[in-house]
Design a protein around this ligand. Sequence first.
Ligand SMILES: *Cc1c(COP(=O)(O)O)cnc(C)c1O
Length: 386
Amino acid sequence: MKGNFPTEKFKEIETPFYYYDTDLLRTTLHTINSEAGKHDNFVVHYAVKANANPKLLGIIREAGLGADCVSGGEITAVCKAGFPGNSIVFAGVGKADWEINLALDKDIFCFNVESTAELEVINELAGKKGKKARVAFRINPNVGAHTHANITTGLAENKFGIAMRDMEKVIEEAQNMEHVTFVGLHFHIGSQILDMGDFEALCNRINDLQDQLERQHIQVENINVGGGLGIDYQHPNRVPMPDFKAYFDTYAKHLRLRPGQKLHFELGRAVVAQCGSLIAKTLYIKQGEVKKFAILDAGMTDLIRPALYQAYHKIENLSSDGPMETYDVVGPICESSDVFAKHVELNESHRGDLMALRSAGAYGEIMASGYNCRHLPQGYTSDELK
Ligand SMILES: *Cc1c(COP(=O)(O)O)cnc(C)c1O
């Protein structure tokens, strides 16, 4: 089974480019809102680092999600897209002074603070502006997610977050500072997580930490559990959306929220991955010793996930219904890691055939680079190509 694409329209567009099915994006956002909306106090932010295409940001803002930013550039992008300042959370281990100042000027909802050193700088910069910065601490819960090593972030030895044993100390420090207000705890255990047991483990850990804080009479207004919900890269047509119900229900069931406490989520991949495809043209079919190579005009500069994480993207030949054959699908970049997939079955392929690399809406376009002096791929929505 192949996806539904306006293949005739594609012929008029310079390849490679990203194509976003905005009907699917809207359906996904609607499902998120209705599933999260079943639980009181659930607040969903979109993790902008997954994809900051302005057209998508506009649709996500319309759906009412907040924004989770990790840089000043992302804060600027979401403000441009109309996200209100008080819907923005700002994370990251290395916030520069200008980024902190920008966030203060935008009166963001909260800084997710990752070290004491950073807390002191935020306090100082807020003081200079005569403001009080709302801060949450990113705590490293030492919960391992069963996912790729490069995208696991919640283990003990990690550049991210503050160790659990330092939690009370940093909260007290914040409470003694004049220009910060302690408003919550933040967690994020990794990405592309499909086992609800990992989120359940995070809930159990947060329950313990909350009990511990309660004994010290420390109140926490907001709990932020980050993102990380995975998608089905194998079956983008059959499973175009993750199981949001199971995801939100896991938190509702296992996390003991206190009265009035808000639970924040920061979903990136789960929101945008399935709606995006990288569309490329086949430049050459090359017969090797035993293998056949399909050489595309898209490469790792357009979609780096296979080269960076050995990630799998389903590939479909949109121009051929011929018999299935086995190919290695590669890009034109001068790097041997510029391979999209090895030994994949495609309809018999020819020069000029359009290929879709599916499930590429997250960490695709946004990670594109100009290596080899290549042009950045453009992004088109199904709205525009109707
Ligand atoms: C990357 C990231 C997210 C989003 O992760 P997804 O796996 O795309 O949902 C959320 N929060 C933080 C702090 C992140 O670093």
